[in-house]
Design a protein around this ligand. Structure first.
Ligand code: VGL
Ligand code: ZN
Length: 216
């Protein structure tokens, strides 16, 4: 079997999203061995492995700390280049160069390509392809096209935010898109199943386990 035309996109598997971090993803650590296994399979079979990193400046507009009188999970309207959008506010997380922004040690040797997102202080970036207002694109689509990728498998954190927006954009960019259920975890556990259902409705293929994916 060859995974020549497949890419694994490991989304935001960074210390600040672990259960003990400032922006905890529910049961986050349970996904780590699954992704290790999947990443090893991609490396053995010649697939491309890409890891994304949420990579915010310390004064990022998505941080509640930057808005007087606001707390995490409050919302504000952010205006960037005459376009406004609702922004959920988060605790400070994944600050550029901090330990919390590092990719988990268990996964750090898997990827050959790294994509950073959320670097513009004025706008958040849930998708690894583009910011939330689609003003700027990362190099992710370019890397996938340059490697003749046809299928992407998206895993990581969080099912209800960055994984979901990345998988939706992967569909928009024309990739066959797969999410393996045991390789992703949600920030809000009640949003896990509805997020996966929403992905299925836009054409994402759901696979229950890494073993199911590897045996197909
Ligand atoms: C994420 C909220 C804020 C994520 C990142 O990786 O899902 N969620 N920043
Ligand atoms: Zn973030």
């Amino acid at each position: 079997m060859s995974l020549k035309k497949a890419a694994l996109i490991i989304v935001d598997m960074q210390y600040d999203f672990l259960e003990t971090g400032p922006l905890p993803v529910f049961e986050a650590t349970q996904a780590i061995p699954r992704v290790q296994e999947l990443g090893a399979f991609f490396n053995e079979e010649g697939g491309l492995v890409i890891a994304t990193q949420d990579w915010h400046p310390p004064n990022h507009a998505s941080f509640a700390s930057q808005h007087e009188g606001k707390a995490p999970l409050d919302t504000v309207t952010l205006t960037y280049r005459n376009q406004s959008c609702e922004q959920v506010l988060w605790p400070d997380h994944c600050i550029q160069g901090s330990r919390g922004a590092d990719i988990l040690d268990q996964l750090v040797d898997l990827p050959s390509i790294n994509v950073k997102k959320g670097t513009n202080i004025f706008v958040d970036s849930y998708s690894a392809f583009a910011d939330n207002q689609y003003h700027h694109f990362t190099d992710l689509a370019k890397h996938l096209y340059q490697h003749d990728i046809e299928q992407v498998v998206v895993c990581g954190y969080a099912t209800d935010y960055c994984l979901k927006f990345t998988a939706v954009d992967a569909i928009k960019f024309g990739f066959e898109t797969i999410v393996i259920k045991d390789t992703t975890k949600a920030a809000f556990p009640d949003a896990y199943e509805p997020s996966l259902k929403a992905l299925e409705q836009v054409g994402v293929q759901l696979v229950p386990t890494v073993e199911d994916y590897m045996s197909n």
